[in-house]
Design a binder for this molecule. Structure first.
Ligand code: C5P
Length: 398
């Protein structure tokens, strides 16, 4: 499991979202982590230590001086931890850390271990979050290396709207995972990525193709290599620079792509099928340029084989991530496609969203897993989207 042998000190502070830390405890444990909960006095007003004690199978610490070994507990717990995660983190704990105040157990641990292994997931009222003092504290801490998970925006418990909601538990665990394993998420894994359009030739010069730029696939290849995978990129024609540290194989037609891909059956761990494989091809191909007078109004067309479905038939083990570009009923259609093609995940793009789809540098996607869990990634550069897709898939899959 991904968080095997990982010791997490989970600091819970006094926010209305403190109850969500109970789910977080469960999730961290499910991934193999040992979780030691430390609560502030205010947190115990929102949720009881007994809840965390039961979930974590460990004594929950709420005070500086209770029980044995209290004198050095703040140091001992910090040394034991691979990461100290404060979720939810109130404006108060952030302010204390920024100013070096250590007047309870959690703030003392945080003072003793500085930025080395501390992550904050802030949650508070929008005005408290936007207060210039809080902003300054957060910016200061970020500047000296503390890691922050941005809060979500939306309706807050007090009825106000804005930034300040505790992010989804899956988002927090994803950040934790990246924080701990960044640069080695795919160590030892073999990954194939297809990218770009295919060209289906009618003759020597004419072809049917589509507007895919290949940017998403190339971003995935870069990211997978950065995360330690051995990456093969099978690319249709693009104007992009081959990513460094990646074996890039250039192909043109769907048939060539299929042949290259087949070489990897039963040899790889992940296949990211980001190519916009052309669905149709001229029924006949001429090796020379056809004379105009030989081309009539009824050009005959054939449907190309489904490459990814063919690959699944040959390799039942590989984890396959497909991509779908759909507008109307996109979510439903993407799920159907995932089932039909035997995919483990599908990334749904809605090209009608501004800044999503073909040719642009940004994307906004929904990642859907076979068990129908869905994750929406907000509009961001394709590099960032690639990072999120890889992180979430690895986290979900292993
Ligand atoms: O059916 P649709 O083209 O929307 O499916 C998209 C997914 O299927 C992509 O991952 C694409 O690479 C793959 N595909 C394929 N062979 C085709 C058409 C699409 O592998 N002929």
């Amino acid at each position: 499991m991904l968080l095997d042998k990982t010791n997490v000190v989970l600091g819970v502070t006094g926010s209305i979202s403190a109850y969500k830390a109970a789910y977080l405890t469960r999730q961290l444990q499910k991934k193999g982590a040992q979780v030691q909960v430390v609560m502030t006095a205010a947190a115990t007003e929102f949720i009881t230590p007994l809840t965390f004690n039961t979930l974590s199978n460990r004594n929950v610490y709420t005070g500086m001086f209770e029980g044995d070994n209290a004198g050095t507990r703040h140091i001992d717990l910090g040394k034991w931890a691979d990461v100290i995660l404060v979720a939810p983190a109130t404006a108060n704990i952030i302010a204390k850390v920024a100013r070096g105040i250590a007047d309870d157990l959690l703030s003392a641990i945080l003072l003793a271990f500085a930025e080395r292994k501390i992550m904050f997931a802030p949650a508070m009222n929008v005005n408290m979050y936007n207060n210039p003092v809080t902003r300054e504290n957060i910016e200061y801490l970020k500047g000296i290396g503390y890691y922050f998970v941005e809060p979500d925006s939306g309706e807050l418990a007090c009825g106000d709207e804005g930034a300040g909601r505790l992010p989804e538990i899956s988002t927090i665990t994803e950040h934790l995972h990246r924080y701990l394993h960044s640069g080695k998420l795919l160590n030892g894994k073999r990954v194939v990525i297809t990218a770009g359009p295919t060209r289906e030739f009618l003759d020597q010069v004419r072809y049917i193709s589509n507007r895919s730029s290949g940017k998403m696939g190339y971003a995935l290849a870069n990211e997978a290599a950065k995360e330690g995978a051995s990456v093969t990129l099978i690319s249709g024609p693009t104007t992009l620079k081959p990513p460094s540290g990646v074996e890039t194989i250039n192909v043109e037609s769907a048939q060539e792509m299929q042949q290259e891909l087949r070489q990897h059956a039963n040899k790889i761990d992940y296949l990211f099928m980001a190519a916009a494989v052309e669905d149709i091809a001229p029924a006949q191909q001429d090796s020379k340029k056809l004379k105009k007078e030989f081309i009539n109004d009824n050009l005959s067309i054939k449907v190309n084989p489904d490459i990814v479905q063919d690959f699944r038939d040959k390799d039942q083990e590989v984890c396959i991530i497909g991509f779908s570009l759909e507008m109307e009923k996109g979510l439903k259609r993407s799920k159907e496609k995932m089932r039909q093609k035997g995919l483990d995940y599908i990334v749904w793009n809605d090209p009608e969203q501004e800044g999503a789809g073909f040719e642009v540098d940004t994307n906004e996607v929904v990642l859907i897993a076979k068990n129908e869990e869905t994750y929406k990634f907000q509009k961001a550069p394709k590099r960032k989207i690639a990072e999120q897709i890889i992180n979430r898939v690895v986290m979900h899959n292993e």
